[in-house]
Design a protein around this ligand. Structure first.
Ligand SMILES: [Zn+2]
Length: 100
Protein backbone atom coordinates (compact mmCIF):
# COMPACT_ATOMS: atom_id res chain seq x y z
CA UNK A 1 0.00 0.00 0.00
CA UNK A 2 2.77 2.34 0.92
CA UNK A 3 4.49 1.58 -2.31
CA UNK A 4 1.27 2.11 -4.22
CA UNK A 5 0.90 5.55 -2.71
CA UNK A 6 4.45 6.62 -3.37
CA UNK A 7 4.10 5.57 -6.99
CA UNK A 8 0.97 7.60 -7.25
CA UNK A 9 2.71 10.54 -5.67
CA UNK A 10 5.56 10.16 -8.03
CA UNK A 11 3.15 10.12 -10.93
CA UNK A 12 1.47 13.31 -9.82
CA UNK A 13 4.76 14.94 -8.99
CA UNK A 14 5.97 14.18 -12.47
CA UNK A 15 2.77 15.49 -13.97
CA UNK A 16 3.12 18.65 -11.95
CA UNK A 17 6.71 18.96 -13.09
CA UNK A 18 5.73 18.57 -16.74
CA UNK A 19 2.98 21.11 -16.30
CA UNK A 20 5.34 23.66 -14.76
CA UNK A 21 7.98 22.94 -17.35
CA UNK A 22 5.44 23.61 -20.09
CA UNK A 23 4.42 26.88 -18.42
CA UNK A 24 8.04 27.88 -18.15
CA UNK A 25 8.66 27.11 -21.80
CA UNK A 26 5.59 29.06 -22.86
CA UNK A 27 6.71 32.01 -20.80
CA UNK A 28 10.17 31.90 -22.28
CA UNK A 29 8.79 31.69 -25.82
CA UNK A 30 6.54 34.65 -25.10
CA UNK A 31 9.42 36.68 -23.76
CA UNK A 32 11.57 35.84 -26.77
CA UNK A 33 8.75 36.97 -29.03
CA UNK A 34 8.37 40.23 -27.12
CA UNK A 35 12.10 40.79 -27.27
CA UNK A 36 12.05 40.24 -31.01
CA UNK A 37 9.22 42.73 -31.36
CA UNK A 38 11.09 45.28 -29.27
CA UNK A 39 14.23 44.85 -31.36
CA UNK A 40 12.19 45.28 -34.49
CA UNK A 41 10.59 48.51 -33.30
CA UNK A 42 13.97 49.77 -32.26
CA UNK A 43 15.62 49.06 -35.58
CA UNK A 44 12.80 49.21 -38.06
CA UNK A 45 13.52 51.70 -40.84
CA UNK A 46 16.85 52.58 -39.33
CA UNK A 47 20.12 52.18 -41.17
CA UNK A 48 22.02 49.11 -39.97
CA UNK A 49 25.24 50.96 -40.58
CA UNK A 50 24.83 54.39 -39.04
CA UNK A 51 21.42 54.19 -37.35
CA UNK A 52 19.91 57.14 -39.23
CA UNK A 53 16.36 57.04 -40.52
CA UNK A 54 15.74 55.24 -43.79
CA UNK A 55 13.64 56.86 -46.47
CA UNK A 56 11.63 54.65 -48.74
CA UNK A 57 12.03 55.26 -52.43
CA UNK A 58 9.92 53.33 -54.90
CA UNK A 59 10.50 52.69 -58.53
CA UNK A 60 7.91 50.58 -60.36
CA UNK A 61 7.09 47.83 -57.91
CA UNK A 62 10.49 47.88 -56.31
CA UNK A 63 10.85 49.72 -53.05
CA UNK A 64 14.26 50.47 -51.71
CA UNK A 65 15.24 52.12 -48.47
CA UNK A 66 17.80 54.83 -48.65
CA UNK A 67 19.60 56.06 -45.59
CA UNK A 68 19.22 59.76 -44.81
CA UNK A 69 22.59 59.65 -43.08
CA UNK A 70 25.18 57.68 -45.00
CA UNK A 71 23.06 57.36 -48.18
CA UNK A 72 23.42 53.61 -48.21
CA UNK A 73 20.71 51.79 -50.11
CA UNK A 74 19.03 48.76 -48.57
CA UNK A 75 17.04 46.22 -50.47
CA UNK A 76 14.39 43.84 -49.28
CA UNK A 77 14.75 40.14 -50.13
CA UNK A 78 14.35 39.48 -53.85
CA UNK A 79 14.68 43.11 -54.87
CA UNK A 80 18.25 42.80 -56.06
CA UNK A 81 17.14 40.08 -58.47
CA UNK A 82 14.24 42.26 -59.60
CA UNK A 83 16.56 45.17 -60.31
CA UNK A 84 19.17 42.99 -61.96
CA UNK A 85 16.58 41.59 -64.35
CA UNK A 86 14.93 44.94 -65.09
CA UNK A 87 15.11 44.93 -68.89
CA UNK A 88 14.10 48.54 -69.46
CA UNK A 89 16.60 50.27 -67.28
CA UNK A 90 18.88 47.55 -66.08
CA UNK A 91 20.88 47.69 -62.93
CA UNK A 92 22.81 50.78 -63.95
CA UNK A 93 19.68 52.65 -64.91
CA UNK A 94 18.18 51.84 -61.57
CA UNK A 95 21.22 53.02 -59.69
CA UNK A 96 21.15 56.21 -61.76
CA UNK A 97 17.86 57.08 -60.09
CA UNK A 98 19.65 57.52 -56.82
CA UNK A 99 22.76 59.29 -57.89
CA UNK A 100 22.91 63.03 -57.58
ZN1 LIG B 1 23.28 54.97 -42.84
Amino acid sequence: MTEQLSKEEEYFARQEFERRKKLEEDLRAKMAEEEKQKQKELHYMHCPKCGAKLVEISHKDIKVDKCSGCEGIWLDPGELEQIATDETHGFKGFLGLFSK
